[in-house]
Ligand binder design. Structure first.
Ligand SMILES: [Fe+2]
Length: 189
């Protein structure tokens, strides 16, 4: 189940939401797009990237028309990946991109942290969720110690994007993916 926790500071209790429309509304208020997509054709568990992209082509086209995305790819990461820790650490610190960061969760989960207007929005994305973090929005991302995710990524340039780190240690003060799941996400998420 998708979950949003909004912190005014690391030491205060966050406002926690589980209702999808409520989450989308709050995130929309800070310019973050949050949608739920359905596949427009049945999709096998071991589908190849082309089949995955084809299954969501209608939704991808709709977003492309709105935002001008130029390319899309599919990434998968499971807990048995030999470099899972390195990959996890890559985006664990606060950063920005000069482009949107768009992720659609075909399967699995991931936790986005968006730092905006002196608040931190922790967004647990689950299967079927689309999140779009605007360019130049400070954020970070945690996939947890046992990652399980398959995502479609959308880019406005063929080159994709690079992270520009802010140097802040803010990420250390908030629950990581594992703690967040234990604390806020229902077990059957
Ligand atoms: Fe990022």
């Amino acid at each position: 189940m998708s979950t949003l926790a909004v912190y005014s500071s690391p030491d205060t209790r966050p406002r926690v939401l589980h209702d999808f429309d409520d989450i989308a509304s709050v995130l929309g208020g800070i310019g973050v797009l949050f949608e739920h997509w359905e596949a427009n054709r049945p999709l096998a568990g071991d589908a190849d990237p082309q089949s995955i992209l084809a299954a969501y082509q209608d939704s991808i086209d709709r977003l492309n028309e709105r935002f001008g995305f130029q390319s899309a790819d599919v990434i998968s990461l499971q807990a048995d990946h030999p470099q899972k820790d390195t990959l996890r650490n890559k985006f664990l610190s606060e950063h920005v991109h000069a482009d949107f960061e768009v992720r659609f969760f075909v399967d699995g989960k991931g936790l986005f942290y968006i730092h905006k207007n002196n608040q931190v929005y922790l967004v647990l994305c689950t299967r079927g969720d689309l999140i779009s973090v605007p360019a130049d929005t400070t954020h970070w991302f945690d996939m947890g110690t046992e990652p399980c995710l398959q995502c479609i990524r959308l880019f406005t340039t063929e080159d994709g994007w690079v992270a520009d780190f802010t140097g802040s240690d803010i990420a250390r003060h908030y629950p990581d993916f594992d703690e967040f799941e234990r604390t806020f996400a229902p077990a059957k998420a």
